[in-house]
Design a protein around this ligand. Structure first.
Ligand code: PBG
Length: 313
């Protein structure tokens, strides 16, 4: 028998401590171990309570935005307390610290949202209350069901399910990928992209490390999934082109079919009354095409939509 000589972990992987984040960290560890022939002890999971998990009574857009999900882990990477961090890419701002790089995107799970509380939006009773704190979900829901009311629903997946159970709303939305990773993908009903597009990079897990840490970059690159990376980088390029933030009701879906990418995108006014949409086909790795689509969308945006994208460069 060969003796294991290594003394500590090879890789310290920072993660938020929510159940979904921990499930994603475990998936990442399993993929790294499979790719490199490691045993589990070689990847140490280092959990943190992120700022975004501390304040739960106000929408994220009001308290500091997506940066609140990454702030602590970015700092730990900077201080070299961890070698890499794992994120739901949907929650990661498009503008990142220059010292960091997305070294891997894992195979993307189901990209769709699921509706909980009713079989479809059309099935909701008149004047139903919908719980969500995502501007995109609120605007999309009101676009299809202007008679409904939206109430703020924050917290992790279990908290939101609890609020639905307690009757705080008639329905809510959760990402299929999150439910899947928590083993609860039997809950609710998937919303078809023809009617309902997800958020940029929904369903994707990204691994970040310091760009100058060649060793870690290489270890992480071994589990990168090129088609998923192509899709989500295109979606993030659209978001960048729109000057989008977590305030912005932006829905987008990019699908790689083995040859190229097809992108469908929609922008909404916050009240859901106005909507513009467009689509484009382009090659994987082309980030100019989604930027062009962003410009085309902005060019035809009515004032109600343009107002949300005032900060766009
Ligand atoms: N906004 C929080 C968040 N960030 C990532 C996911 C789910 C996993 C994913 O979409 O990758 C969720 C929960 C949800 O939106 O239902």
């Amino acid at each position: 028998m060969t003796e294991t000589l290594h003394k500590g972990p090879i890789l310290r992987l920072g993660t938020r401590n929510s159940p979904l984040a921990m499930a994603q960290a475990h998936e990442t560890r399993a993929r790294l171990c499979a790719a490199h022939g490691w045993d589990e002890s070689m990847v140490e999971l280092v959990p943190v309570v992120a700022s975004g998990d501390k304040v739960l009574d106000r929408p994220l857009a009001e308290i500091g935005g997506k940066a609140l999900w990454t702030k602590e882990l970015d700092q730990w990477l900077h201080e070299r307390q961890i070698d890499a961090s794992v994120h739901s890419l949907k929650d990661v701002e498009t503008l990142r610290p220059a010292e960091l790089t997305i070294a891997a995107v894992l195979p993307r799970a189901d990209k769709r949202d699921r509706l909980l509380g009713a079989k479809s939006l059309a099935d909701l009773p008149p004047g139903a209350v919908i719980g969500t704190s995502a501007p995109r979900r609120a605007a999309q829901a009101l676009s299809l069901r202007p008679d409904c009311t939206v109430v703020t629903f924050r917290g992790n997946v279990a908290t939101r399910l609890g609020k639905l159970e307690a009757g705080e709303a008639d329905a809510t939305f959760l990402a299929a990928a999150g439910l899947l990773r928590l083993g609860q993908d039997d809950l609710g009903h998937a919303l078809a992209p023809a009617q309902w597009l997800p958020a940029p990079a929904q369903g994707a897990i990204a691994l970040e490390c310091r760009a100058d840490d060649a060793e870690t970059c290489k270890l992480l690159a071994a589990i990168d999934h090129a088609p998923s990376r192509a899709e989500v980088m295109a979606e993030r390029a659209l978001l960048t082109g729109l000057g989008g933030t977590c305030h912005s009701p932006i829905a987008v879906l990019c699908d790689y079919d083995g040859e190229g990418l097809t992108m469908r995108a929609a922008l909404f006014s916050p009240d859901g009354k106005d909507k513009i949409e467009d689509s484009a086909q382009f090659a994987a790795g082309d980030l100019e095409a989604p930027a062009r689509l962003a410009r085309e969308l902005l060019a035809k945006a009515p004032p109600s939509i343009a107002a949300v994208f005032n900060g766009a460069s």
